[in-house]
Ligand binder design. Structure first.
Ligand SMILES: [Zn+2]
Ligand SMILES: [Zn+2]
Length: 434
């Protein structure tokens, strides 16, 4: 068919770029040598989640855009500038920029509201934001998150979320952590604080961005990195002076739990977090000597309702895993690599090579891990590899053995060896490994 031929020609003709294909800017491959860190994180997260009864949830990478426009807030950086919008189709779809809105969407969609409350969930997975790559931020990055949804705003849940996150970071050997914590009030008391902020800042010459934030999202001015705006922040009103009785006692409760646990925290009156759905407790966790927050979270009692569900108080945290790994590397955290197999399989000759994959299957089924260099033909090259891998036993399967249905078991330390029939060799190998 001429049409197909044409397509094939076109594909062949399009040459890769000079440097060869590169991964998309801000998105990175994770090579085997780095998987040690990821394995450790996944294991520790699961252990902790199991202990504290967080069930695993996986939500799709793609969601409706308005889940985040409504949930995270239209006047936030994430929604204004950082979402990857998928082209085509009649729905506006985006790659998820964060995990919490999706988790609450799933909580409502699957009627988890009817399960015993609270529902405790955790996730690990990639998120996507169109960050400016020069800031050293990633456009595809990974987060682990814990969420407790649906049982009022009891301060013990806030404390358990902070504790879960803190203990996870500790189990990853990250030391000298600082929890910065604040409350941002509720629907009843925050408007008063916003008014005071606007009154204060409208008399200052804030940056252009903050000029706009004065109208859309004045709390975000406190997050501004502009030098002048930072300077103004020093005398800005603090929310603690505006809190209603409920917010005051809720915050006091959270701090008392943290003190009881001996967790090191510092009050940061100007911590507001960049997402609209938060109320009351907000916190970030930092590691000494590292700039960005490793984890951030807070209470989001209004999100379920914003997304069209009934009221469901909730609190959660997201942990930036690339940052966690950067700190682990900086602190030279030692991870134990998987032990190398003690047995090395060697084949010599074409008949032996042909049968080698089948023999290795038998070893696998018997639970014996082996090393191999199947592509290397010579005995010498394979023995050299066995030596490099610090194997203690070599299984040598040559032409003669293939005919006789036997195999040589060689002790690599002493050089002594014996020939064993194939139907008994696994038992012999296991005996030698004891
Ligand atoms: Zn309040
Ligand atoms: Zn500013």
């Amino acid at each position: 068919m001429p049409k197909d031929k044409k397509t094939i020609k076109k594909v062949v003709a399009s040459k890769p770029k000079k440097k060869g294909y590169q991964s998309v800017k801000g998105m990175h491959d994770i090579l085997p040598k780095d998987q040690l860190y990821w394995d450790k994180i996944r294991t520790e997260t699961k252990n902790l989640a199991d202990y504290y009864h967080y069930g695993r949830i996986d939500t799709p990478l793609v969601e409706q855009a308005d889940l985040f426009e409504k949930g995270v807030g239209e006047a936030t950086d994430i929604v204004e500038k950082q979402m990857f919008v998928l082209k085509g189709g009649k729905d506006k779809l985006v790659l998820r920029p964060e995990g919490t809105a999706s988790v609450v969407r799933a909580y409502l969609q699957h009627g988890l509201t009817h399960r015993p409350q609270p529902v405790k969930l955790y996730y690990i997975g990639p998120m996507f934001r169109k960050e400016r790559p020069q800031e050293g931020r990633f456009r595809q990055f990974h987060q682990a998150g814990f969420e407790i949804i649906g049982d009022g705003n009891d301060a013990i849940y806030d404390a358990q979320i902070v504790l879960s996150c803190y203990r996870l970071l500790e189990s990853l050997k990250i030391k000298k952590l600082d929890i910065q914590i604040n409350t941002i009030g509720c629907k009843a008391c925050r408007p008063d604080y916003r008014r005071r902020l606007v009154d204060y800042y409208k008399k200052k010459k804030v940056c252009n961005n903050c000029e706009r934030r004065l109208k859309t999202n004045p709390l975000r001015i406190l997050d501004c990195k502009d030098n002048k705006c930072q300077e103004f922040k020093k005398d800005a009103p603090v929310i603690l002076d505006c809190l209603c009785a409920d917010c005051k006692s809720q915050f006091k409760g959270v701090l008392e739990y943290l003190e009881e646990l001996g967790l090191p925290y510092s009050l940061n009156n100007y911590l507001v977090r960049g997402l609209d759905y938060y109320n009351q407790t907000v916190f970030e966790i930092f590691a000494e000597g590292f700039d960005g927050a490793l984890a951030s979270g807070g209470r989001y009692d209004y999100l379920a309702k914003i997304l069209g569900g009934k009221d469901a108080s909730a609190v959660g945290v997201g942990i930036g895993l690339e940052r966690v790994i950067a700190v682990m590397k900086k602190n030279e955290v030692k991870l134990t690599a998987k032990q190398k197999p003690k047995v090395f399989f060697i084949h010599v000759g074409s008949l032996a090579k042909k049968k080698s994959l089948g023999l290795i299957e038998e070893l696998k089924n018997a639970g014996v891990r082996i090393g191999e260099a199947l592509g290397k033909g010579s005995l010498k090259a394979q023995l050299r590899q066995a030596d490099k891998d610090e194997a203690v036993i070599a299984l040598i399967f040559g032409q003669k053995e293939a005919f006789e249905k036997s195999i040589i078991i060689r002790d690599l330390a002493t050089g002594s060896q014996e020939s064993v029939l194939l139907d008994k060799f696994i038992k012999e190998v296991k005996k030698k490994l004891k």
